[in-house]
Design a protein around this ligand. Structure first.
Ligand SMILES: *Cc1c(COP(=O)(O)O)cnc(C)c1O
Length: 355
């Protein structure tokens, strides 16, 4: 058995994979594959409707918001958000908390002015910048709730006089959030919601239509809302597997239930990192992510042999991102706590061997 700590596409629940495999061969007893039915069929419409309903229910999405399943990944949202929200000649505020935030900033600059109101670049993004003012003349402020590469996470959000746009790609559905605090939430599915190929967007309807821009149909949230995420052929299979994952999450007690498990997993792993003299955490403790746990070894020469021990134990995907080095254990919703204990045992075994 493998213990999948990969950062993304990440682990999916085993039951979901089994159901998805069955749907590929014989979807809902139709004798057809989910891959070969019309997206306009009643069978697929029921899948999309249930997916939207589950998102609304699990995140307690208030009235006045639309839930969309789009393509192009979170990276397309880096451009689509400013395209739809940043007026000609206007500007937007960005918090630069990692590489994904930097990419979002780069795309926004194609559409207007960008004011970086806070950054943790000088420390290689080991903390979440928290002290900043939101300028009155910006169209929105953009944040990244979880910095997948550096292992930092915003544990608190803030009230804002302008819409808050949040990239939640790597911690959506890991805990409750108050959707009403946000104007736009987006997340590529492949970290914590489903397979690659679909992107969840939750947008407050009344922030749209204010830019004075002409927006091509596919890039226009309004067109996508009017089309019910079916302006064109949606990524049917990715939506199906996401829906199955959300069903699984609901059965586990929803985001409040999974949050408790995620806290238990993260606490156990960080406790070992702090206890074990061979390892050390990368980020400031107060901003540590519950999804991506980044750590290095006191002696860099230990890294290769430790990675080898991990391989022997079936632990996969723990090599750190090239911009941080060391290790990154992604402990998304679907990763069982038993896998976290296998990693902790490997760390303890390695310590014993290297006394
Ligand atoms: C993975 C990731 C992205 C990029 O997502 P794509 O779907 O590959 O475009 C953006 N933001 C965050 C926080 C991520 O973790």
């Amino acid at each position: 058995m493998k213990h999948n700590f990969g950062a993304g596409p990440g682990i999916l629940p085993h039951e979901v994979l089994k159901q998805a495999a069955e749907g590929v061969l014989n979807f809902n007893g139709t004798g057809l594959s989910i891959l070969e039915i019309s997206h306009r069929s009643a069978d697929f419409e029921a899948v999309l409707d249930e997916a939207v309903k589950l998102v609304k229910e699990l995140l307690n999405v208030p009235e006045g918001y639309s839930v969309l399943f789009l393509q192009g990944g979170a990276s397309t949202q880096f451009a689509m958000a400013p395209y739809n929200l940043l007026p000609e000649g206007g500007k937007a505020a960005y918090v630069e908390s990692g590489v994904w935030a930097k990419k979002a900033i780069k795309e926004a600059a194609y559409f207007g002015g960008v004011e970086v109101v806070a950054t943790s670049k000088e420390s290689n993004f080991t903390y979440i910048p928290k002290k900043f003012d939101i300028p009155k003349d910006v169209a929105y402020i953009h944040i990244t709730s979880n910095n997948t590469i550096y292992g930092t996470e915003m544990h608190e959000f803030f009230k804002s006089p302008v819409p808050v746009v949040c990239d939640m790609s790597s911690d959506i559905f890991s805990r409750p959030v108050n959707v009403a605090d946000f104007g736009l939430i987006y997340a590529g599915a492949q970290k914590n919601m489903g397979p690659a190929g679909v992107t969840l967007v939750i947008v407050k309807n009344d922030i749209l239509g204010k830019t004075g821009r002409n927006i091509p149909s596919m890039f226009n949230y309004q067109t996508q809302i009017e089309g019910g995420s079916m302006y064109n052929t949606p990524p049917c299979f990715a939506i199906y597997v996401s829906m199955l994952t959300l069903r699984w999450l609901k059965a586990k007690g929803g985001v409040a239930g999974i949050e408790q498990e995620n806290i238990a997993k993260a606490n156990a792993l960080y406790a070992e990192i702090d206890r074990n003299p061979l390892f050390k955490g990368v980020c400031v403790p107060e901003d540590r992510s519950r999804m991506n746990v980044c750590f290095v070894m006191e002696n860099p020469e230990h890294e290769k042999p430790f990675l080898k021990l991990c391989e022997e134990k079936g632990i996969v995907g723990v090599k750190g991102h090239r911009s941080v080095g060391g290790f990154r254990a992604s402990i998304y919703n679907a990763l069982p706590i038993t896998s976290v204990h296998v990693l902790i045992d490997a760390m303890q075994e390695f310590q014993e061997k290297n006394k």
